[in-house]
Design a protein around this ligand. Sequence first.
Ligand code: NAD
Length: 259
Amino acid sequence: MNLGIAGKSALVTAASRGLGRACALALAREGVKVTIMARRADVLENTARDIAASTGNPVGVVAGDVTRDEDRRQALAACPAPDILIANVGGAPPGNWQEWSRTDWLEAVDGTLVAPVELIRATLPGMRGRKFGRIVCITSALVKAPNLTLALGNAARSGLTNFVGALSRQVAADNVTINCLLPGPFDTDRVQVTLAATAKAEGIGVEEARARRAAANPAKRFGDPAEFGDYCAFLCSAQAGYITGQNLVIDGGNYPGML
Ligand code: NAD
């Protein structure tokens, strides 16, 4: 299927590794002019080189922290009028809720809620004016099925979910869609961190925690980031203009609910 977005521009944040990188790759493969942002210039440049080599499309890079105003401004200077925004963030650390301080909460809200909102605020008016926009916020399946160890970031993500749900209805008539993509367990570096927390909490090794997690999933495996990237690219397609305001779980069937 031709997604009809060749020549469009996209800003993908937190994209040197994992799910953000997979989204950038899938968009570049469709001929989208992609700019990626993450903190470490060396990793970011390697990623851009790899994507360009495999797709034939050059990828712009901005080394910066998505939680910082000035760094977001630089990203938007490098990609001033994106048609597509993939608002991804690093995610808050797992932990014990009784140990989370006010500072931890404020950092989680800043990183997981405020950063995507600020990116949307800066890019949405241009999309509306051009009558084309696709915004995908990467949140988590845990927004629908809370897990206390990971509640720090996901509580803030629930706030983002509510905000973009309301906003999406205001801009749908301008052919601007806003959706949240909710990953379940995908095989990325981030999963190593959450598995280590599970292993510690359950008094088992990380490999055992990994095997149990895969076995507990209906698909009996972790997701491949490429599967996530392709889903994201479809949501950014010309054909997906009637899909908006949704929270789309991609988790091998792990979330048991029907809604
Ligand atoms: P990852 O650790 O593999 O990659 C995270 C990327 O974000 C890296 O490129 C890193 O450099 C970048 N990054 C981190 N903090 C940043 C910051 N402050 N500014 C700019 N870039 C930053 O993680 P992932 O698995 O790809 O996860 C992506 C998002 O999806 C996270 O928010 C995570 O919480 C969420 N998520 C992941 C899973 C999963 O199973 N992988 C499940 C649910 C939710």
